[in-house]
Each structure stands twice: as C-alpha cells, then as structure tokens.
Design a protein around this ligand. Sequence first.
Ligand code: SME
Length: 156
Amino acid sequence: MEKERKEEVYQRVKDQIKAALEGETDLIALMATIACLLHHSFDYFSWTGFYRVVAPGKLLIGPYQGTLGCLHISFDRGVCGAAASKEETIIVPDVHQFSGHITCDPNSKSEIVVPVFNNRDELIAVLDVDSTEYDAFDEVDKRHLEEIVTFLRDKK
Ligand code: SME
C-alpha cells in the first residue's frame, strides 16, 4: 500500500478506534475492538492481535483476528518475545531471515510487533501484526501502531 494511502487509512481507523473505545475500560474488550478494526482496515494484515504478559517472561494469546495463533510464547522466543524483552517495536521484512521466528501461519512473510505499556510504564502486552507479503511494514505502521497502543495505557 502506498505511504499516503496508509496514512489516510490509519487516520480513519484511529478515529474509529477512539469512538469505539469511548467510555470502555475493560482491557480485553478494548484489545478485541482494536484487533478487529485494524485487521479489517488493511488488506495486507493477515494476522492482527495481542499477546498479553501473564507472568514474568511469559506471553499468552489475547484477542486476535486471523488464522490460529500459537498460545504461549516466552520472552526468549520469536519476534513477539524479542519485542517484549527489548520493550521496543521490531519490524521484520522477511520472517525467514529472523532467527527463532515462530511459524504459526506458514503463509506469513513479514511482521511488526509493538510493545504495549500501562500508565506505570509496565509492559502489559505486545501487538503483533503479520502479513503474507514480504516487507509489508514500515515507519508509517510503526508510528501509528505505537500511538494506537497508547489508547490502552490508562485501562484496567
Ligand atoms: N509472529 C510470532 C508468532 C506469533 S504468530 O505469528 C501469530 C513470532 O515469531 O513472534
């Protein structure tokens, strides 16, 4: 998708997400709504969802859209684990070149994983978006997805 078009779609989906989240504080409901709205806004998103931090060093599947996701990921595995342990966004243009990538969907070719923090700056989850296209994600996705996960900061 062209950068300008991406910007437009992100602006629209952010407005939709803000409107849908208005007055809601339940974290799972919010994650489910964000995953759904994002997933259906971009045709290059093939898997869109959250892994929640449920114990030190442990991620568990949260609300998502797409093909079956694996349930448990530890911080020392996969792109999700790397983003969680480094607490920074990771863009992988070709998952086959990422050592330790976890193949949930064999058609997945690139991905972005964004850490999610609460208002005490503690890591509570990661947002994982996969694509069946190579090199699908760039700085535009990073900037907007990082902003979208801040909508979860002051929620329970
Ligand atoms: N992409 C992940 C695994 C989770 S799924 O793709 C849904 C990873 O290597 O961290």
